[in-house]
Design a binder for this molecule. Structure first.
Ligand code: ADP
Ligand code: MG
Length: 695
């Protein structure tokens, strides 16, 4: 341990958290901050000044010299611009200053962040505004203040603003439902999120020798090594010392930052690992997952390692995803997806479950689109991650309950009665701790849903904004229907039965990897948007636009901007990949194999002169020469195709999908065959067995 601090002291030591605020603020200011967080009342400037002063003092005591507004532009990563606390104090001296104004609002130049046409570049100013619901923290000598990022006309240019809006909205609608159940206590309902993060660790020196890893974060070439993940010896296997040292260091960094890093283990693929934190409110969880990804990379560097968060760094072994565990909890700590032991709790649970089932069915296309980007296309539907078809896994017990409600039949083999919601108790529903159906994109695991389609590198904001908003919409519809009811019990029962009946097609407990499921899903009329190019257009489908606009999560302009950014990103990523491939082929692979073939020919020539058999040299050289010519041709075609990308963004996306991807596949196939024929000394960069079995 870098310090001698015990874990409870270490935890959150770099966070200006509630306890620290209580200690360092006047009780009036602490109270004002608290009601700001719980009730959304704005803070006045004198309170902001006092908080800023206390924050600065605390940060300076911890050795910080700078502060930064820390925000999440639509690139999906985080951005920061650092200013020091110094101000001239006369006589050539300085003092450390930080005002409420500087805390509350910042003005980074926004012209270099993607805005999807929301803000003309000549009007480059955007502003950041403090999010008092997420704690400030110190990272590398800077006080980081979580902020939202908006244009001057108030349009959200980031991923946090819509997330906060969606959390408000789902809370508002959920509270309406709770009132119907006689709950007068709950003031807010908070979306809870626990993201499990997968990653690869490879050796830094090996990484440095691969242009594809440096440019694209994934290998564009690489023949299958003699051993992949067949032996299944890596999953949950003993953690090797170098990796263990890394994980220990990472945990300490995360704990200091108040991230509840809880679980760590080896994953399925060689060199692949996972970290899971304890869940927290969706806003903090999204902030913290960004920090986790950043720290994973930084700490790796200290250990001579590189952390790869790409969804598919290596062909032939599993890629990395992220499981987004999501639930709703009241401010009094009740999990609304916990089945509960009394009929009344069960009825509430079934209503929230019905809302979720209906929501996922109604907006399956949009949920799919929230996980659509080039990296994730390598995983979804490739037998290592859920298929591109959305469905919900409920498990046997809960499915039996839903069936019995739909068909009005026995819900317990022992009993004879049908289930009367709100009157009868549900059979015990097991908590699924075993992750037993890993093939489901959306699994109910006892008291939460696990959305398993996310890619390892992506911000979890988008999917959680969608889950919150979809849930808000369904709860709103239910509340609108039930609020005027004169017989709540009967109408509740009818509504739940109707919803399960109408939306049962989205429930599927079987093997999602099975081709038969894709057939079945087609019959059920479920979407199967196999690639990003298929999925992104649904962003701006009318029903999806309506959803977000009606709930005030995005304006029309804001959602169109997001669609545009994702569409452009697709072509940008594919173009970089194809260019990197061409570069490696021309500058590394072709020269290397040409040299090797020539050396073989020279050896054959000399052997011939001596009357020695030259069969090996000649046949290998011929085989290499044929593949070399083929590779050169494929590369030339790919380069010509790169020059012909259409100007229109959507046309470019489709073109990259239809033309560049097949080019790249052909180039890789030829290059990988050449790799297997070429002597190790000649091959220009480390191969899979070096990369995957080194650390
Ligand atoms: P597994 O998925 O391996 O069975 P767990 O169920 O214990 O593991 O938890 C996985 C993740 O889900 C963890 O990040 C955990 O904190 C989170 N989680 C657990 N309960 C909830 C909940 N009610 N809401 C949101 N996330 C949760
Ligand atoms: Mg899991």
């Amino acid at each position: 341990m870098s310090t001698t601090m015990k874990l409870p002291e270490l935890f959150g030591s770099m966070v200006f958290n509630e306890e620290t605020m209580k200690e360092r603020l006047s009780s009036a200011s602490y109270g004002a901050w608290k009601t700001c967080v719980t009730d959304g009342t704005p803070l006045d400037i004198s309170t902001a000044n006092e908080i800023a002063e206390a924050m600065k003092q605390w940060a300076v005591e911890k050795g910080a010299t700078h502060y930064t507004h820390w925000f999440q532009p639509m690139t999906g990563v985080t951005a920061e611009k650092h200013d020091s606390f110094i101000a001239p104090a006369g006589g050539g001296k300085i003092m450390m200053e930080f005002s409420g104004k500087e805390l509350v609002r910042g003005e980074p130049d926004a012209s270099s962040f993607p805005s999807g046409g929301l803000r003309a570049t000549f009007e480059a100013r955007g502003y950041t505004a403090w999010d008092p619901t997420s704690f400030a923290f110190i990272k590398e000598g800077s006080l980081c203040i979580p902020t939202i990022f908006c244009s001057y006309s108030g349009e959200a240019l980031d991923k946090k603003t819509p997330l906060l809006r969606s959390m408000e909205e789902v809370s508002r609608q959920a509270v309406r439902i709770l009132r119907l159940f006689g709950d007068t206590e709950t003031k807010r309902v908070v979306a809870q999120v626990g993201p499990e993060q997968e990653y690869f660790l490879i050796d830094k020196a090996q990484y440095a020798k691969r242009e594809d890893l440096r440019m694209c974060g994934r290998t564009l070439f690489g023949a299958k090594p003699p051993k992949g993940q067949e032996l299944e010896d890596h999953y949950f296997g003993a953690i090797r010392p170098r990796v263990a040292a890394y994980m220990k260091d990472l945990d300490e960094e995360l704990w200091k930052l108040g991230v509840l890093s809880k679980t760590k283990h080896n994953e399925v693929a060689p060199s692949q690992h996972e970290m899971a934190p304890i869940y927290t409110d969706a806003n903090s969880a999204c902030d913290q997952n960004q920090l986790v990804m950043e720290m994973m990379k930084k700490v790796a560097d200290r250990h001579g390692l590189v952390c790869l968060l790409h969804e598919k760094p290596f062909a032939g072994v599993n890629g990395s995803g992220k499981h987004d565990n999501w639930s709703l909890s009241t401010d009094t700590g009740k999990n609304l997806f916990k089945p509960g032991s009394t009929p009344r709790q069960n009825a509430r649970f079934l209503l929230f479950l019905a809302a979720f089932v209906k929501g996922v069915d109604d907006y399956q296309d949009f949920l799919r689109a929230t996980v659509a980007f080039p990296g994730n296309d390598h995983r979804l539907g490739a037998q290592e991650a859920p298929p591109a078809v959305l469905s919900i896994f409920l498990g046997d017990e809960l499915s039996a309950v839903v069936e019995s409600i739909i068909h009005d039949t026995d819900f317990q083999s022992a009993g004879k009665r049908t289930l009367e919601i709100g009157v009868d108790a549900l059979p015990a529903i097991r908590q699924d701790n075993t992750d037993r159906n890993r093939t489901s994109p959306m699994a109910f695991t006892g008291n939460k849903f696990e959305f398993r389609m996310l890619g390892a590198s992506q911000s979890i904001s988008g999917p959680n904004i969608a889950l919150n908003t979809i849930m808000a919409e369904e709860l709103k519809q239910f509340a609108d229907e039930l609020e005027p009811s004169r017989d709540f019990q009967a109408d509740l029962q009818k509504l739940i039965r109707r919803v399960f009946t109408e939306h049962q097609r989205i429930i599927f407990n079987g093997n999602g990897y099975d081709d038969a499921w894709l057939e079945e899903a087609k019959k059920r009329g479920l979407y199967n948007l196999t690639s990003t190019a298929d999925a992104l257009p649904v962003y701006t489908a009318q029903k999806n636009m309506d959803l977000f606009i009606n709930h005030g999560i995005y304006t029309k302009g804001e959602i169109e901007a997001r669609a545009e950014i994702h569409i452009e990103n697709y072509s940008t990523v594919l173009t970089i990949e194809a260019k990197t491939m061409a570069d490696m082929i021309r500058h590394q692979i072709l020269p290397a194999v040409s040299k090797y073939a020539d050396d073989l020919c020279q050896r054959a020539y000399h052997k011939d002169a001596m009357g020695v058999s030259r069969q090996y040299e000649t046949s290998t050289a011929k085989e290499i020469a044929a593949l070399t010519d083929a590779l050169q041709e494929i590369c030339a075609k790919m380069e010509a195709d790169l020059d012909a990308i259409p100007a229109d963004a959507t046309a470019a996306m489709n073109y990259c999908h239809d033309v560049l991807i097949p080019d790249m596949a052909k180039a890789r196939e030829a290059a990988d065959q050449l790799e297997t024929l070429t002597a190790s000394d000649y091959w220009p960069f480390p191969v899979y067995s070096d990369l995957l079995f080194y650390v």
